[in-house]
Design a protein around this ligand. Structure first.
Ligand code: 5AD
Ligand code: SF4
Length: 454
């Protein structure tokens, strides 16, 4: 890796510099991208500002995954319009919406800059040019950009947990999904730069590192001399850095997850026993139309393998209700799959048509909105019940928890997570963020384990 000029982990707040305000929507990858953006701008002489009324530059890092994510950002433009009336500021739209809508966004009177996910190195230049009242756009996608040499500046950090992007883009063609179009082709990041970033975090007392990618199982680094590094190898390299630092990863693509990854997880105590395993639907007919590369049976086989190799593994999922042509029987298959797997948790969505995706071009979005909502609500109610039961099974058990900070409800209580990714709340007892403690579960809700220190 080339010597990096980006070294600061924490924001440098300096009122004498140009002030940049950054707002982030969407996934963890986007949160991490905003940290890369801040790093680039800090290097170019800007300071982070948390007060929009003091900003010289407002940047919004956007998400296109569902229509409602885009609507929220469009709603924010009215707020920026008011700021713009008061003084001269630059408003930039970054990320997935910038990539999807391109010039269409640039026409908006409030927007000065449109920059796609691979254009962030260009931002200092774009901001200078936009300051001369000339709108700027860069939505060129790259086959190489991984921002490998840029040390993300951690915003809104609890100082304990941090993300590292290990790859960008996605080569899958799930028919409902906008991601391959807005984030481009898949590329793996140089493992040396990943290890260097992890070491910097550890030197700064971080205790948990989450490795991020759209599909981490297809991580595959090829070096100049023909050497390769797989995801299982990368995971092991990061886990070996410090046994007191936890490692997590997300997201796994069901039939790409290798047994080697499971065995590596089982071998290292500090690799967290949690797999986010998006199923999307329990119906084979829907899985085919979604262009997922597995069947229901194949998915369930992977679940059995996970539970065989890592018996105490937390498993969570994503699911979409009301995809094109979904019949009551297809929906019933999703319900029965949820009952069979008994996930620890799930992110549940109703299908939202994304323009120009395979599904938008080939299938009719024919499940009425009320039916989508009813099916989604049925899945949510079922999963809430299962999550509650799963948590009730934990009552009386002792877990090692990494403390992340004070609980939202009370200053005298702390929150932390188990290796399996369950949130625990317990009395502070003189402990603080970044420490490990053993806690015993005394009661629970569907979302939280209520614990005491042991
Ligand atoms: N509509 C609804 N949900 C979607 N997801 C992705 N695309 C769509 C869409 N068009 C969900 C999937 C994915 C998660 C990140 O978002 O479940 O795993
Ligand atoms: Fe993340 Fe996908 Fe949303 Fe982009 S569209 S921010 S990749 S979830």
């Amino acid at each position: 890796m080339a010597e990096s000029k980006y070294t600061s982990v924490k924001p440098v707040i300096d009122a004498s510099k140009k002030q940049v305000y950054i707002e982030t929507y969407g996934c963890q990858m986007n949160v991490n991208d905003s940290e890369v953006v801040l790093s680039i701008l800090q290097q170019a002489g800007y300071s982070l500002c948390n007060d929009i009324s003091k900003a010289d530059v407002i940047l919004v890092n956007t998400c296109s995954i569902r229509d409602n994510a885009e609507q929220r950002v469009l709603g924010r433009l009215d707020v920026f319009r008011l700021e713009k009336k008061k003084r001269k500021i630059i408003v930039g739209i970054l990320g997935c919406m910038a990539e999807r809508l391109k010039d269409e966004l640039l026409k908006h009177p409030v927007i000065d800059i449109v920059a796609g996910p691979d254009a962030y190195r260009d931002l200092p230049k774009l901001i200078v040019a936009a300051s001369a009242d000339s709108k700027q756009i860069n939505t060129i996608l790259s086959h190489e950009e991984t921002y490998a040499d840029i040390a993300p500046v951690r915003m809104d950090s609890n100082g304990v947990t941090a993300f590292i992007s290990i790859m960008r883009g996605c080569n899958n063609v799930c028919s409902y999904c906008i991601v391959p179009y807005v984030r481009g082709a898949e590329r793996s990041r140089d493992p040396k730069s990943i290890i260097a970033e992890a070491k910097t975090l550890i030197d700064n007392n971080y205790k948990e590192i989450s490795l991020l990618g759209q599909n981490v199982d297809s991580y595959n680094w090829k070096g100049e001399n023909g050497e390769t590094v797989s995801f299982a190898q990368l995971l092991e390299m990061v886990a070996q850095l410090d046994p007191t630092v936890r490692v997590r990863f997300s997201t796994s693509y069901p039939n790409d997850i290798k047994d080697e990854v499971l065995y590596t997880m089982a071998r290292y105590e500090n690799i967290c026993k949690h797999i986010h395993f998006p199923v999307q639907s329990g119906s084979d007919a829907m899985l085919i139309k979604m262009r997922r590369k597995y069947t229901r049976a194949g998915y369930l086989e992977r679940i059995s393998k996970i539970r065989e190799v890592i018996p105490d593994c937390g498993i969570t999922t994503d699911v979409i209700a009301g995809f094109c042509g979904e019949t009551p029987e297809d929906h019933a298959d999703t319900i029965s799959l949820f009952k069979e797997v008994r996930y620890d948790g799930a992110f549940m969505f109703q299908y939202s048509l994304r323009p120009n995706t395979l599904a938008a071009r080939h299938y009719e979005d024919d499940v009425p909105n009320e039916v989508k909502t009813a099916r989604l609500n049925e899945i949510i109610a079922l999963q809430n019940q299962i999550s509650l039961e799963r948590n009730q099974e934990c009552i009386g058990k002792v877990f090692k928890v990494l403390i992340e900070g004070a609980s939202k409800r009370s200053e005298t209580e702390l929150v932390g997570r188990t290796s399996s990714n369950k949130a625990c709340v317990f009395p502070a007892g003189g402990h603080k963020a970044g420490e490990y403690v053993n806690v015993k579960v005394i009661s629970c809700s569907s979302a939280t384990l209520i614990c005491e220190l042991v």
